[in-house]
Design a protein around this ligand. Structure first.
Ligand code: AKG
Length: 262
């Protein structure tokens, strides 16, 4: 058997994709994750609200939906679960998959580190608003630049009824704006909170679709008023040398190769 070393291809984007991303600040890749991978994740997160209410594993951070505060007898609902790769091997595999990293590499370059992996549960009838914000308001440090990128994987169908993501196209070309702060699970938000904006677009997705977006684009999502969950996971990546304060696992370098068996 001859083993031939082949460089990982970094460009999975068509010129149209690239132009769309540069112009609008986000990009939808339909069906990037297949049904088998997604089903594994669905099985692994079954009954998660109850399991996490009983015990939160080491390394996992949870923010709960607000409306259960002061209602200890009511079931608790997860809003966001940080470090979701710890509770789902399927998510752990997807975050390091070539499908995702090839697109990430095309957008931020070949030196890719994990920034975090976050599960967004937005439960049916329970999931609350994510107000307008720019992620860099959370991520900015004196030693980093807004070079990170999100890959938001839809686990369920996401539409305007169950609180799909909304973007202000082109807003990534602007600066980091001043955010207000609240002692809530969403923390930082732009003035106006989640007032309707004429310049925002609703991005509806199907299970397995991935939406890529950077840290400066203004985005948010409405409450889930439907009977259907809107579960999604954001995998956030950084350019490895960008900031020393949050070193995470290096996933790819410009020297990486893959073995091609012949
Ligand atoms: O869950 C959502 O719809 C939005 C999540 C989000 O904006 C974020 O995590 O930065």
């Amino acid at each position: 058997m001859i083993q031939k070393m082949k460089k990982i291809k970094q460009s999975k984007l068509s010129p149209n994709d690239r132009d769309f991303y540069d112009e609008n600040g986000y990009l939808v890749k339909k069906g990037l994750i297949n049904a088998e991978q997604l089903n594994q994740v669905k099985v692994e997160i079954e009954g998660l609200h109850q399991r996490m209410a009983n015990q939160v594993p080491d390394g996992v951070g949870i923010s709960w939906e607000e409306h259960v505060h002061g209602e200890p007898d009511k079931p608790k609902y997860i809003r966001q679960l940080m470090n979701s790769e710890v509770i789902s091997e399927g998510l752990n595999e997807i975050l390091r998959s070539n499908e995702v990293l090839d697109v990430v590499g095309s957008l931020i370059g070949p030196n890719i580190s994990l920034f975090h992996s976050k599960l967004l549960m937005k439960a049916a009838k329970r999931g609350t608003i994510t107000p307008w914000h720019q992620d860099y308001s959370y991520w900015r440090n004196p030693d980093n630049q807004p070079l990170m990128i999100n890959c938001m994987l839809s686990i369920d169908e996401a539409n305007s009824e169950n609180g799909c993501i909304r973007f202000v196209p082109g807003s990534h070309k602007g600066e980091l704006l001043v955010h207000d702060q609240a002692q809530t699970s969403f923390g930082l938000f732009l003035p106006g909170f989640f007032e309707a904006r004429d310049d925002a677009v609703v991005v509806e997705t199907e299970p397995g679709d991935c939406v890529f977006f950077g840290p400066l684009i203004i985005h948010g999502s409405s409450a889930n008023q439907s009977l259907n969950h809107r579960r999604a996971n954001t995998f956030a990546y950084n350019v490895t040398e960008n900031g020393i304060q949050r070193p995470r696992e290096v996933l790819r370098t410009k020297f990486d190769t893959v073995k091609e068996l012949k």
